[in-house]
Design a protein around this ligand. Structure first.
Ligand SMILES: [Zn+2]
Ligand SMILES: [Zn+2]
Length: 326
């Protein structure tokens, strides 16, 4: 307890795998050297939060406040900033020194190793906070910070692919289709069988084609990005891309990939994953988002109903992104 122990806040705490988050009254965190005290305005919900809840991505030291797409005001100066998943890197290792801080073995992640934004307040290392572009309301800015950023990094890995497949049409894809269209790419959206709502949503946002993930696209793809955490999509996506095409896996966790014949990979198809983000991704994407301009569709939930947001994400009950608002 600190001298300021009288000041408390609400937080939704992760206490262990398999339990819902618990609403608790805890002390407002105190910023350490180089950290900012942030009053949370909105915090996006991400599929990674489900992987954390389910233990597919481990939280080493619970209890922990989840939430890694934070839009906040700095106290006391009032600047509006965003806090992403990448919360701290060592700055010294070979990865950090070669523009690949996303792979720093000592990296600490917001809402996993550092308390996140499902709370009234948070603290964050100032070097890993981004200014939020004007024109985005707080709740609509939140999904840019992971869904948008990771989607953008995945898109970078696709080079100049003109025909782009997106497997899983959730928060990331609904942002990325807008970016891709602004770059004159064609987007082919793959969803769960029979998910007419997601397919219609994709077309509404500019997808050239939308259909079930097992279907062959009308034209071979130059690249595909897989956002859904289903390893079974990997061979399907490889079969959908043309020779020389790339398949990029954008999630932090995926079910096992079934075996597939080498001929699906042959002809210089590439398969790779994307891990985390660099600050360069953040700076580039947050510059790009207002130019597109990206419009996020969000469903907001009050802080104390964060579990409902997570359940709705798991069940696919909304289009776009869920955002928790204190
Ligand atoms: Zn995320
Ligand atoms: Zn490092």
């Amino acid at each position: 307890m600190t001298a300021d122990a009288g000041r408390s806040m609400r937080a939704m705490l992760f206490e262990g795998v398999g339990s819902p988050l618990r609403l608790a009254e805890v002390a407002v965190p105190e910023p350490g050297p180089g950290q900012l005290l942030l009053r949370v305005l909105a915090c996006g919900v991400c599929r990674t939060d489900l992987h954390l809840l389910d233990g597919e991505v481990e939280i080493a030291q619970p209890p922990r406040v989840l939430g890694h797409q934070i839009v906040a005001r700095v106290e006391p100066d009032g600047r509006r900033v965003g806090v992403p998943w990448l919360g701290w890197t060592c700055g010294e290792c070979a990865y950090c020194r070669s523009g690949r801080e996303n792979l720093c073995p000592r990296a600490r992640f917001t809402g996993r190793d550092i308390d996140g934004g499902f709370a009234d307040y948070a603290v964050a290392d100032e070097r890993f906070c981004f200014p939020i572009p004007d024109g985005f309301p707080d709740d609509q800015a939140a999904p840019l910070l992971c869904a948008g950023l990771i989607g953008y990094r995945c898109l970078r890995m696709c080079g100049d692919a003109r025909r782009l497949g997106l497997y899983g049409f959730g928060a990331a894809a609904h942002i990325l289709v807008q970016v891709a269209r602004a770059q004159d790419r064609e987007v082919y959206a793959f969803t769960r069988d029979g998910d007419d709502v997601a397919q219609a949503f994709a077309r509404e946002l500019g997808a050239t084609w939308a259909g079930p993930s097992g279907a062959a696209p009308p034209e071979p793809l130059d690249a595909a990005i897989i956002f859904a955490p289903d390893g079974g999509l990997v061979p399907l996506a490889l079969r959908a891309v043309a020779p020389g095409g790339s398949v990029v896996c954008g999630g932090i966790h995926m079910s096992d990939i079934p075996s597939f014949p080498y001929s699906d990979l042959w002809e210089e198809r590439e398969l790779r994953s994307v891990a985390n983000l660099t600050r360069r991704d953040g700076e580039e994407f947050l510059r790009l988002a207002p130019e597109v301009p990206v419009h996020t569709r969000v469903r907001t939930y009050p802080l104390e109903r964060a579990n409902e947001a997570l359940d709705d994400l798991r069940a696919g009950r909304f289009s776009g992104a869920a955002v928790v608002v204190p």
